[in-house]
Design a protein around this ligand. Sequence first.
Ligand code: ADP
Ligand code: MG
Length: 714
Amino acid sequence: MNCDRKEAIKAVLARKENCSDTELSPFTTENYGEDVFHFSRIKDHLPKPVYQTLMDTVAKGKPLDPSIADAVAHAMKEWALKKGATHYTHWFQPLTGATAEKHDSFLEPVANGQAILAFSGKNLIVSEPDASSFPSGGIRSTFEARGYTAWDPTSPAFIKRGRNGATLCIPTAFCAYAGEALDKKTPLLRSLQAISQSIRRLMKCFGNDGTQTARISLGPEQEYFLIDEHFYYARPDLVQTGRTLFGAPPPRHQQLDDHYFGAIRPRILAFMTDVDSALWRLGIPAKTRHNEVAPAQFEIAPVFEDLNLAVDHNMLVMEVLKQTAEKHGLICLLHEKPFSGVNGSGKHNNWSPMYGDINLLNPGSDPHQNAIFLTTLCAIIMAVDKHSDLLRSATASAGNDHRLGANEAPPAIISIFIGEQLTDIIDQIEKGSLKTSKHASNMRIGVDTLPALPRDTTDRNRTSPFAFTNNKFEFRAPGSSQSCAEPVIMLNTIVAEAFDQISDELEKLSPENFNQGLQSILRKIIKAHKRIIFNGDNYSEAWKKEAEKRGLPNFRTTPEAMKALIDPENIALLEKYHVFTEVEAKSRYEIFMEEYHRKIRIEGELSLNMARTVILPAGSKQLAELVKTIAVLSGCELKGGQLSQKSAAEAIGKLLDGIEMECRNLERILAQTDPSAKIVESMGKLRQLIDTLEKRVDDDLWPLPKYREMLFIN
Ligand code: ADP
Ligand code: MG
């Protein structure tokens, strides 16, 4: 790979001409999900009672019966072998933020130099990866390194294909030996259990029998950048940190709004089609693909699915995006802010609670459904207002700090957008007189019908961190690289609490007083929590002031936001819903903070390193050339040239000295303990100087690929 900037440009242009199409398997309904071990597929291969027992676990959440494991494992192995798998792995999501896998071959040597292919029930149910190097936040000291992965039968096994082989992947949870969660799936499943119980309880209050399955739907929209690999490998900052630490925004970037929803260029479309093909085989319902706001930025969104599956699928989508990009000579950047000055990337978590076929956030058309809808809406308003700190903590990361509040993404202040019409209804409930244009008299919750909400009025505010859009809430603050798990774990837990608080009250009501009682419960909630509702422009300065007046917290940075995880009241809530124990919550705080400090330190060290070994040498070369020219000029009787050369030399000299001074400062800071805030500040200053220098140095001498190249040439 060539690391010279001009060579990189040439290589990109040459590749464009050579770009050929890849062979893809056809998108047929028959091969949709063909690499997924769906239980419906093996129905015929399992004894009936075994299948029934398995489905009790998969569909109804009953504990797994270990006696059926051998039969299921056998069927799974036979299927995987037919798919060409040679290995299997427990696939899990440790607290590194990535997924983890350790492959084991099906191979088992037997006597006489022979071998069989084996996969037992035990192999399926548990595995003991050497866990010593995964973050545990002190839960497990390295000498007690044992951790184990446990099969999650609610997320089907799948085949991961490589260039010349395939692996059976079994989604698993990852725990320490004493049972503490060391991953993202375990608390996710716990939070799902908590909210399922709360949904069923609430629905019983509304006259349902509470026997239907309660679930959460999740549809994560994933944003990402694509740049040519030649540029990537010529930028040590992208390779090491996933974002550009330097780079002056070019005169033209996104201000013409010509990229958003624009025609997708052939090379990118070839990539997207390849991605869709891989997802098709994996049964991941990728639905939309389009150009995003920033140049070289794109989005993919699937159709929503059951929460646990949707979270696993999003982890796979990120992996497929990265791997497919490399096949196409591209690099997929999932960092929240790879380029300063243009939009960063988020991951909108579209979330809704379900009971059987009823979406609790569907306004519906009959009084009963309307009452459920308004109750759910109020529960969420209460939950988010009481616990916005927990939601904020779940979006905090070194990368997302650059995005939240940067006038392109929601601010760090959490508020809820519900649109004018719903606000009007909420206001009326608060006043105790729900009047609508349709109803001359007061409208009573649970008796009358809400006016239909036109689709468009609810989804046009793109600045809100938490917006009601038609029949779901869209949590927009989470960052593009993070797992959906954290945000939804918190959302599930706080809404479970709110549902329970409402059920506590509703259960006391007699049937005759139900509607009236409900109305007054909702009125109380609205009175207490309506400050969290904001339908205006979340990017504006005025909102920051207004939010402060309303007493809404504004945790600007990760260290501020993360404190919510160790707040005793929050820990009590998480413990009450069996989502985290105190030890787990505190360990997560340790892990995330450590990760944050490490990332900032890496960026600081790289900034210093690049400034000294890449930027200063280029600037000095330029200065030397200018000085040489000035010397030559002073020896001849030319009437021009002195001014331009001297002023350029002076400006560059000053910048170089400024850079040197800031490097010394940064070096000093890096020698201190826990200096993240100072590193961030110093890196900002250094960047400003270097970006100014970039605009003055001879284009031929500038060593790093520029923004206009990375963002526009591909
Ligand atoms: P928009 O956000 O512009 O309204 P869509 O309606 O297409 O866009 O939805 C974006 C994402 O939200 C998609 O992944 C979609 O499947 C998902 N989604 C739609 N309805 C729900 C729902 N009830 N619960 C969860 N996600 C949903
Ligand atoms: Mg979007």
